[in-house]
Write a protein that binds this ligand. Structure first.
Ligand SMILES: CC(C)(COP(=O)(O)OP(=O)(O)OC[C@H]1O[C@@H](n2cnc3c(N)ncnc32)[C@H](O)[C@@H]1OP(=O)(O)O)[C@@H](O)C(=O)NCCC(=O)NCCS
Length: 133
C-alpha cells in the first residue's frame, strides 16, 4: 500500500529541545494526531483511541526551519482495531527522520468499549460520496 504524506510541518522555535533540534515529544504528538485522523476517516468513527505504538526509530534530527512531512498507511484492518505504519521525512531532501512500524488504534462504541468497525481495506471519502450519489 502506498504511503500518503498529507501533513507538512514547519519546525519552529517552540518545537525544539534544548539542543536546538526537533523535540521528540512534539513529533510524537503530531504523529498521534495524524494517525488518529487517518483512523477516523478510514473507520468512519470519531471515537477512536491510541492503543499501542511499537518501537520508534529516530533516524535524523530536523532543525529549526526544516519542512517535514508525515506519512501514514493502514497495514492491517482487525475486528475492532486498525494498524498503521508511519514514516516522517524531510520534504525537500527526502532524508528520513523517523519510522514507526505499528500504530494500533481501537474503534470504540458510545460506551467506550471496543466495537467492530466492519472495515477490511483502505477506502477513500471521494469514492464513498460518489457511490452514495
Ligand atoms: C482501547 C481499549 C478500550 C481496549 O481495551 P481492551 O480490553 O484491550 O480491548 P480488546 O482486548 O478487546 O482489544 C481491542 C483491540 O485492540 C487490540 N489490542 C489490544 N492490546 C493490544 C496490544 N498491546 N497491541 C496491539 N493490539 C492490541 C486487540 O487485538 C483488539 O483488536 P482486534 O479487535 O482488531 O482484534 C482500552 O485498552 C483503553 O481504553 N485504553 C486506553 C486508550 C487511550 O486512552 N488512549 C489514549 C491514551 S494517550
Amino acid at each position: 500500500m502506498e504511503m500518503n504524506f498529507h501533513t507538512r510541518k514547519w519546525v519552529k522555535p517552540e518545537d525544539l529541545n534544548p539542543n536546538h533540534t526537533l523535540f521528540g515529544g512534539r513529533l510524537l504528538q503530531w504523529i498521534d494526531e495524524e494517525a488518529v485522523i487517518y483512523a477516523i476517516i478510514q473507520l468512519e468513527n470519531t471515537k477512536v483511541v491510541t492503543k499501542y505504538i511499537s518501537e520508534i526509530n529516530f533516524i535524523n534530527a530536523p532543525v529549526q526551519g526544516d519542512i517535514i512531512e508525515l506519512g501514514i498507511v493502514a497495514i492491517h484492518f482487525g475486528t475492532t482495531s486498525l494498524t498503521m505504519r508511519c514514516e516522517v521525512r524531510n520534504k525537500l531532501t527526502r532524508q528520513p527522520i523517523l519510522t514507526i512500524d505499528k500504530l494500533v488504534f481501537v474503534n470504540l462504541g458510545e460506551d467506550g468499549l471496543p466495537v467492530p468497525h466492519g472495515k477490511t481495506s483502505i477506502s477513500y471519502v471521494k469514492d464513498r460520496l460518489d457511490n452514495a450519489g
